[in-house]
Design a protein around this ligand. Structure first.
Ligand SMILES: [Zn+2]
Length: 77
């Protein structure tokens, strides 16, 4: 399964796109959206950090490590 298909699956399962849904997608390991485990190291990409942008309300959330391990901190734009 590709990453975008997995994201769609999570959204359909949650039935509503919330901030928690977005965080859940970014923490996903089976397809490597959050990719840093030995399973995902073959595809030349590694997740180092995660950002969620909300330009409409002028803020971003930054998780300065793997999103499955860290927490998001909010910054005003
Ligand atoms: Zn992870």
């Amino acid at each position: 399964m590709r990453r975008c298909e997995k994201a769609k699956e999570i959204i359909l399962k949650e039935k509503k796109l919330t901030l928690d849904t977005v965080k859940k997608i970014l923490k996903e390991h089976t397809t490597g959206i959050c990719g840093h485990t030995k399973v995902h190291l073959h595809d030349d990409t590694v997740t180092l950090a995660s950002v969620i942008l909300n330009p409409k309300d002028k803020w971003l959330l930054l998780c300065n490590t793997n999103p499955c391990k860290g927490t998001y901190k909010k910054y005003r734009l």
